[in-house]
Design a protein around this ligand. Structure first.
Ligand SMILES: Nc1nc2c(ncn2[C@@H]2O[C@H](COP(=O)(O)OP(=O)(O)O)[C@@H](O)[C@H]2O)c(=O)[nH]1
Ligand SMILES: [Mg+2]
Length: 195
């Protein structure tokens, strides 16, 4: 995928603030530190696409980027660690829920999970949520260079198996910032879905 244009549209927390753009959207979500910014930057060949989203006050918001004037990438807020307070968790839930339930343009959710760890309760909750809402999603297992080669395929297989009752899960792929091959595979998965 040749990237000819990446444009930051807006940051928003409420549906009334979502951009009026009618382009289809691919939304990225995962816990903090999972490698979401790294994946986004790699996909669009930018060093710091996600910088806008990490300025204070914006990390809890949804950030919209227009890619090649063809579709939008949507950077959903990362969910925190176990130590995050109940209030923060509720606020995350409300923001994400507002987007996932109301956004007509949403075409695909990319759920990121660190390949070294089992899906967390929130990863599983998110998958259940998407499934019940009839939202198509894919899982990207990040930081694949941190496990042995043979373990990567095995992990992909395990995660597929784990969510095999989720009919809206379209695919599972691994990704590493160190392997351009995986960037191509993730792009192909997204483009295959957009058709
Ligand atoms: N080895 C390795 N490190 C990664 C990879 N992706 C992200 N990281 C590192 O993990 C940390 C968190 O990444 P970041 O993209 O900021 O995560 P975010 O919080 O989900 O946006 C950073 O130190 C990255 O350099 C990867 O594929 N391989
Ligand atoms: Mg980030």
């Amino acid at each position: 995928m040749k990237i000819t244009g990446v444009e930051f549209l807006t940051s928003a927390a409420l549906p009334s603030q979502f951009p009026g753009s009618n382009l289809r959207e691919i939304a990225f979500v995962g816990r903090s530190n999972v490698g979401k910014s790294s994946l986004l930057n790699s996909l669009v060949n930018r060093k710091n696409l996600a910088r806008t989203s990490s300025t204070p006050g914006k990390t809890r918001q949804i950030n919209f980027f227009r890619i090649n004037e063809r579709f939008n990438f949507v950077d959903l807020p990362g969910y925190g660690y176990a130590k995050v307070s109940k209030d923060e968790r509720e606020s995350w839930r409300r923001t994400i829920e507002a987007y996932i339930t109301t956004r007509k343009q949403l075409s695909l959710v990319v759920s990121l999970i660190d390949i070294r760890h089992d899906p967390t309760a929130l990863d599983i909750e998110l998958a259940g949520w998407l499934e019940s809402l009839g939202r198509d999603f894919v899982i990207v297992l990040t930081k694949a260079d941190k496990v042995k080669k043979g373990a990567v395929a095995e992990r992909v297989r395990q995660v597929r198996e784990m969510f095999s009752d989720h009919g809206h899960l379209r695919d599972v792929q691994w990704f590493s910032i160190k392997t351009s091959e995986s960037r191509v595979a993730v792009w192909n998965m997204i483009l295959a879905h957009l058709g």
